[in-house]
Design a protein around this ligand. Sequence first.
Ligand SMILES: [Zn+2]
Length: 386
Amino acid sequence: MSPDHEEEGRPAAIFMNSKRLGEFNFSPDHPFKPERVSRVYEMCRRRGLFDMPHIRVVEVEEAGEGVIESFHSPEYAGYLRQAGETGETTVEMLYHGLGTMENPVFRGLYDFSALSATASLRAARMVAEGAGAAFNPCGGFHHAHRDRASGFCYVNDIVIAINELRRMGARTAYVDIDAHHGDGVQEAFYADPGVLTISVHESGKTLFPWGGFERETGEGPGRGYNINVPIEADSDDEIFLLLFREIVMDALESFRPDIVVGQFGTDTFATDPLTHLRMTNNGYIEAVSTLHSAFPRIVALGGGGYNMADVVRGWTLLWAELAGVELDTGYGGALGGVLMGDASIEGSDLRDMRIVTSGPAKEKLRDKAGELIGWYRGSIRPHIAR
Ligand SMILES: [Zn+2]
């Protein structure tokens, strides 16, 4: 077989883009910046990460009809629409979490949410239809509830994507490695053994949304199909990867999904201003690559990440991994500083310097990780169907 043939035989890797999404603004001083989506696209493009025959960039220009309503209550969807049209908050909206500091109301809010959810839905469909991986960087809004906005999230594109995959007959697991607990997704499938839901996050003892403890394992028939891996503040790549391999990968190998939906927030990085972990993009990419080697069909969604430059580097690395493209580390330095206006991003390799916690602090973190693994093996693994 010629190299060309092999090239053509590779499953497609799809990058969901929407020029409109990057133009929205929550509020001037809000930590969530939709602009990072356009910047990830730009960096990938400049580094040649869309330039192979198996790679496709799909433009999402219009939101699908009824996408939001496929999960959210009609009442909540109505308030979202009204909020997006008027840009003004009413008392009723506040009952649904709309118009707060964390979830401000702004003109275009409904369109932003509907476009983002449509991109995740279409990503899910394409993977169900045979694509290898599809990435929607403007997705992963894991805190949105059926009836309420929360934690910068208005519409839960993840639940919408998972429901679509199941409708299309794919056995689906969810893996959330954002620094925050994926509470909205947990809630949606808490009593449902049809989806394995796993969230690895900074412990709710120190971070919003203050839950996601290991004993939340699902209810009724869903018991054992909801796995939380709360990690201690100050954990580094090594601790994260230990838990990822021993719990997340082990559970997935038992559950054997056809497709994995990943929420790949980058707010676990040491430089993130909102969280307290000490990870780098090395541990992050190693986790994704371990997952991707075992489960090649992935619907990858963005999520948190509040240090703009680091989000952009992390998701560029993520895309290279999902698309199976080697990064030429020397390339960016020649062009980047000028085009990007930020030499600190492009002038160096995309990889972070490693950060390692050591001494008694590390021993404590290891002990705690050992307890979590023991808990998983004794109380959860026996439930997961083989
Ligand atoms: Zn987060």
